[in-house]
Design a protein. Structure first.
Length: 483
């Protein structure tokens, strides 16, 4: 039996090995790039298969890969990396709708074109525009900036700004909370995009707005207790603290420091770094999932997605002057890398939505199956700290295979397959041809029942019957009622 331990093991990474590891990760990610420049791939997030069938690119993935490629170009001057970045940036521009928003900017939920994903796309396009200006390619640079301006003016400010929040809402309609929220990490990235746009235009047009957002961010940083230094998830969820999102907020702190004074924001960054150190998971070398109402939830631990935390650490350390052991940070992710270059998604994926009990570390398919949306975050970070590989790249080993009695995952350069057997409620069979925008997905009984319940719940007779069944059985809820 070959399970999730069939990864590239090891502690310290040599310079030659580092370049090979990064080359392998890029080979994996590039295998998902469609002819139009979109980085395809299913999304495993929240455990409900919303984005397993539709595997088109998303702004979340596209941004991280673009910015990783730009880092490699700046470090090496190799045209190969810039050409790929421009190809992906052109694809992102092509996703803009007439109202300014980007299509497929909802990550795991295509109903949304949400704040953070639009803003991340803007940041990637502005970073690309800065390089184009250095190269004298004004025409392409101006096109990218025009796309960003339309997105920020017409959609982010035009549709999502809320004066009472002193910032932006997540979406025009927040389906999750039922009301507008000031979500800290999302507003931070929007502030970064506005700052960078003003830099490109040589204006201070958005300075007042960014200052208001910055004050809200500072107000929502915890001052005491286990969460001290962390940023609350939102203004209505001050007791929820997620290391991944605190690190995403840290990405913007250097830009805010330039705008509002480095002394104050250095303290903000230093406190956030201390929080991230406190929530390190000693067993995996990564970070615990969240703290909610002073209770620490260790799982699910992000693996490939932890590249986002590593990026936040680098950004904060740049401002505070803190020394970072980048080799150690890289090794934490690379110990979970498969021979084909991909890095597994999670450890202990135990959300109730996917039928698993809290606190159990038995691997299921959501844990071991690598997806581009999370591997893109690892790629962006590793491009900053590992030795750049020498292009062009040719894969030394294009296949990966991991299995146990609970799952099977097999992947090549052209296709990807995952089979989940346990828990039975979360069984799935998914087959992908990587360059297509849809996959063949057969969900398990749990997901079929949820879909049926959603349809039934729309009919009055069905709601009455389900209510009667709940009262008759003495249960406060059923799998139908909770769907």
């Amino acid at each position: 039996m070959r399970g999730p331990t069939d990864v590239v093991q090891g502690g310290a990474v040599t310079e030659a090995d580092a370049a090979e590891r990064l080359a392998a990760l890029w080979t994996y990610l590039s295998s998902w790039i469609a002819p139009d420049g979109g980085v395809n791939g299913p999304v495993v997030h929240r455990g409900d298969l919303k984005r397993m069938f539709a595997i088109h690119d998303t702004a979340w993935t596209q941004q991280a890969v673009i910015q990783g490629l730009l880092v490699l170009y700046r470090r090496t001057g190799k045209q190969y990396w810039l050409e790929y970045a421009l190809r992906l940036a052109d694809a992102q521009c092509a996703r803009q709708k007439s109202d300014g928003r980007f299509r497929w900017a909802g990550h795991e939920d295509d109903r949304f074109s949400s704040l953070v994903h639009n803003a991340l796309a803007d940041c990637a396009l502005l970073d690309t525009a800065a390089i184009l200006e250095e190269r004298g390619d004004r025409r392409r640079r101006d096109r990218y900036i025009a796309v960003v301006e339309k997105n920020l003016d017409d959609y982010v400010i035009g549709k999502l700004y809320r004066p009472d929040l002193e910032g932006f809402a997540m979406n025009p309609i927040d389906y999750y909370a039922g009301r507008d929220r000031f979500i800290v990490n999302m507003n931070a990235i929007a502030a970064e995009a506005l700052i960078n746009l003003d830099r490109q235009r040589g204006t201070a047009r958005h300075t007042g707005l960014v200052r208001r957002i910055a004050e809200r961010i500072r107000d929502l940083q915890a001052r005491e207790g286990l969460c001290q230094g962390s940023f609350a998830y939102s203004d209505i969820e001050p007791e929820v603290h997620v290391p991944l999102y605190t690190a995403l907020t840290l990405r913007t702190v250097p830009a805010l420091a330039e705008l509002a004074g480095s002394a104050t924001w250095s303290d903000v960054a230093r406190e956030a770094l201390a929080f991230l150190r406190r929530v390190e998971d000693t067993e995996t070398g990564l970070w615990c999932h969240k703290i909610e109402h002073s209770r620490l939830y260790r799982f699910p631990v992000f693996v490939a997605g932890a590249g986002m935390i590593c990026n936040g650490i680098l950004d904060a350390a740049e401002l505070t002057g803190t020394r970072v052991d980048t080799e150690s940070l890289a090794a934490r992710l690379l110990r979970y890398q498969y021979p084909n270059g991909a890095i597994r998604n999670f450890i202990g994926y135990d959300h109730p939505d996917n039928g698993r009990r809290r606190g159990r570390t038995i691997d299921c398919w959501e844990d071991v199956y690598p997806t581009p949306n999370w591997n893109a975050q690892a790629f962006h970070f590793l491009c900053r700290v590992l030795s750049p590989p020498e292009p062009p790249l040719w894969p030394k080993r294009g296949k990966a295979c991991v299995w146990s009695r609970r799952y099977l995952h097999v992947e090549s350069r052209r296709w990807s397959v995952v089979v989940g057997l346990e828990p039975i409620a979360r069984g799935v069979i998914a087959v992908y041809l990587k360059r297509l925008r849809h996959g063949l997905v057969a969900p398990g009984a749990h997901m079929i029942l949820r879909a049926a319940a959603k349809i039934l719940a729309q009919r009055r007779f069905a709601r009455t019957t389900l209510g009667w069944l709940r009262r008759w059985t003495g249960r406060g809820s059923t799998s139908f009622g909770s769907a």
